[in-house]
Design a protein around this ligand. Structure first.
Ligand code: GAR
Length: 209
């Protein structure tokens, strides 16, 4: 069984989707062994507690810069013997000391169709504000491996939704979460734990059977 460490910063609906999938037996070959939060106030911590999953707070505000923070996260991941790291609404960009140590072992969910509306500064509701500002007619979410550049690692899965007239960042976010993120993140995690993702020339290929 692979040890899955889930990193969170906020509400944790994606963590909840992972917990629910695990409870339905849909995460094959792995189990959520730990939740690490960058904020003490994250509601995601309550979800972990309710599910009986151990959690740790490594507070971003206690570290002077991204490098020092990333070193603390790396130490915690090593302590937890993580086989897979899942960024589920984790709002801090990790330094390459982590991405190198866990090469092709960190998965992120991004709420847009990469390479659109991604990179530094594109997170949470801001992503949906930008998509609506541009006027795109479809949007969605991307599950991808994390490398040293923000939102630039190999894409594992993507899914789309239609943008509707009158959408607000909140309504679009909700549609993308319900229809794409909460389904594809658990699916990608299970595929990883079942060794059904291969990487060749920097691209990820999924064995969908
Ligand atoms: C999700 O929409 C996730 O895709 C996004 O933040 C939200 C977190 O919600 N992540 C990013 O923007 C990362 N760049 P949650 O805490 O309820 O899972």
């Amino acid at each position: 069984m692979k040890n899955i460490c889930v990193l969170v910063s906020g509400g944790g609906t994606n963590l909840q989707a992972l917990i629910d999938a695990q409870n339905r037996g849909e995460i094959k070959g792995g189990r959520i062994s730990c939740v690490i939060s960058s904020k003490e106030s994250a509601y995601a911590l309550k979800r972990a507690e309710a599910a009986g999953i151990p959690s740790v707070v490594v507070a971003r505000k206690e570290y002077p810069d991204s490098k020092a923070y990333s070193e603390a996260i790396l130490a915690e991941l090593n302590r937890q013997k993580a086989d897979l790291v899942v960024l589920a609404g984790f709002m801090t960009i990790l330094d390459e000391c982590v991405t190198k140590a866990y090469d092709y072992k960190i998965i992120n969910v991004h709420p847009a169709l990469i390479p659109s509306f991604c990179g530094e500064g594109f997170y949470g509701l801001k992503v949906h504000e930008k998509a609506l500002e541009y006027g795109v007619k479809v949007s969605g979410a991307t599950i991808h491996f994390v490398n040293e550049k923000a939102d630039a690692g190999a894409i594992i899965l993507q899914g789309t939704v239609a943008v509707e007239n009158g959408d607000t960042p909140e309504t679009l976010q909700r549609r993308i979460m319900e229809n794409v993120e909460w389904k594809l993140l658990p699916k990608a995690v299970s595929l990883f734990c079942e060794d059904r993702i291969t990487v060749k020339d920097g691209k990820a290929y999924v064995d969908l059977k």
